[in-house]
Design a protein around this ligand. Sequence first.
Ligand code: PLP
Length: 401
Amino acid sequence: MSFISRRLSEIKPSPTLMLAQKAEDLKTQGRDIINLTVGEPDFQTPSHICEGARVAMLSGQTKYTAVAGTLALRKAISEKFKNDNNLKYDPNQILVSNGGKQVIFNAMMATINPGDEVIIPAPFWVSYADIVALFEGKPVIVSTSPKNNFKLLSEDLDKVITPKTKWLFLNSPSNPTGSIYSREDLQKLAKVLLKHPHVHILTDDMYEYLIYDNLEFTTIASVEPQLYDRTLTVNGVSKAYSMTGWRIGYAGGPKDLIKAMMTVQSQSTTNPCSIAQAAALCALEGSREFLKNWLTEFTERRNLVVQLLAKIPELKLIPPQGAFYAFTDCHGVINKTTPTGSKIESDSDFAAYLLEDQGVALVPGSSFGLGPYIRISFATNQTVLKDACERIQQAVLKLSD
Ligand code: PLP
């Protein structure tokens, strides 16, 4: 019998983290690699936030904090929810964790019994299904279509809800597609959810501030207040403030759920890092003026990638509305042959070929539950992006029928 638990044998390590590591390893070996796997902005954490951390360290905020996070930070999060999302979460309805990922992990550990079903629209952020499976829940993957910009349709949701459904996951703007659910989209889903009071909703709003073309951000508990009591609204500072390494995520939700998630956290990491919490407090209380420049830069990068990929007839991209990923259809390269004579049978083959032939590392769509696609992260500068898209074009040109 294996020493490793049966449960773990069902779980894959995060493919994006694995691919990012592979790209870095190849770089260390001296290969000319462009790494477009990363899911983090390339900007520095703004200096006023770093300064907040320095002051916290020197003023002795270096001890355990309350399990749910410092009261000061939870009050600031409560204000954020009120001001930005029109949601009233008292500080005792808020949990701060080591990143959004731990929030989701805590929520699943606190609620999933073996066999419980969790509806996850595909393509999805890589960790959702594995976290659910870790607790012997059943991920119910519902495919979406590019025709609908990869958004879950209410009629498809209606078909997959069963008495065992515990959660529906929503993610807008989406990783990997950048799609945004409009108010009308959410109203339609809410109509179905209101018929099924046993279903809870986990909405992952991590990319809330990274939205292009002045589109509106909305979140389901504010669109349909009748769903407030069964919605966990997840967010964090990782993406919007370029604080991925600080590991601070948070959620607002029903008191009893938050309490159960606190119990989980109290037996794992206790609290998130006290210094990172102080930094997150500065982020939430400080000005978001810097975001304007970041958004301008991200918009230019998105436009550049859209324009350069349009030159490659085998690839198709719906311009992303938010986040910083170009989820690119690569049906056009399937069954083509590489210069070394191997056949491209899947998006993983295509990603492996791009890495081998041109040193471009990106993530195959099948890791997100929908192939054949590739996810190109445009969280890097325009010179690198231009080089990467040209290399992709070169690689595609070398393919034969
Ligand atoms: N949710 C989505 C959709 C993400 O893309 C990510 C990170 O890539 C997370 C959650 C996790 O965020 P964190 O780094 O705060 O754990």
